[in-house]
Design a protein around this ligand. Sequence first.
Ligand SMILES: CC(C)(COP(=O)(O)OP(=O)(O)OC[C@H]1O[C@@H](n2cnc3c(N)ncnc32)[C@H](O)[C@@H]1OP(=O)(O)O)[C@@H](O)C(=O)NCCC(=O)NCCS
Length: 150
Amino acid sequence: MPAPAVRVARPKDLDALVDLENRCFRGDRMSRRSYAAALHNPRAILLVSGTLNQLQAAAAVFFRADSPAARLYTIAVAPQARGLGLGAAMLAACEKTARKRGAAALRLEVSVRNKSALALYRKSGYGIRERIDRYYQDGSDALRLEKPLS
Ligand SMILES: CC(C)(COP(=O)(O)OP(=O)(O)OC[C@H]1O[C@@H](n2cnc3c(N)ncnc32)[C@H](O)[C@@H]1OP(=O)(O)O)[C@@H](O)C(=O)NCCC(=O)NCCS
C-alpha cells in the first residue's frame, strides 16, 4: 500500500477533528475547545490524513520548553480505516515531526485495556516507563510509554 498522505491540520479541520474524536473514543475525549486551542498553539502540532469533511486519522503532539520529550496526546484512526497501516504511518509521522522540532523522545499514556494501541506501540519500539493507577475515566490504569528519537 502506498504511504498515506499526512498533513498538518488547519483551523478548517476543526469540525472533522471533533467528529473523528467522537467516533474513536468513548471516554477521555479531547474536547472541541482543546482542539481549537491546539490548532493555534505554537507548542502543538496536529497531523491528519483524509479530506476536509472526512478525516481518516488524526494525532496531536505537544512540546514543552522544560522537557526534552514531546508528548503524543492523542492518535486515532477512523473505525472503517483500521488495520491498514494508517495508525503506524501516523505514529511515524508524529515521531518525524517531533524529531525535527528537536525532541529527544516521544512519550504517551495508553490504557492497559487498549490492546490494539498497545500492540501498535510495542511494534513501533516504545518501552514502558511507569504504570499509573486509575488514570482514565473508566478506572483503568495507564502505562506511560516512551521511545527515544535519536
Ligand atoms: C490504535 C489505532 C490508532 C491503530 O490504528 P490502525 O490504523 O488500525 O493500526 P495499523 O493498521 O497501523 O496497525 C499497526 C500495528 O498495530 C497493531 N494493531 C493494530 N490494531 C490491532 C488490533 N486490533 N489487534 C492487535 N494488534 C493491532 C499491530 O501490531 C499492527 O501491525 P500488523 O498489522 O503488522 O500486525 C486504532 O485502533 C484507533 O484509532 N483506536 C481508537 C483510538 C485509540 O485507542 N487511540 C490510542 C490511544 S492511546
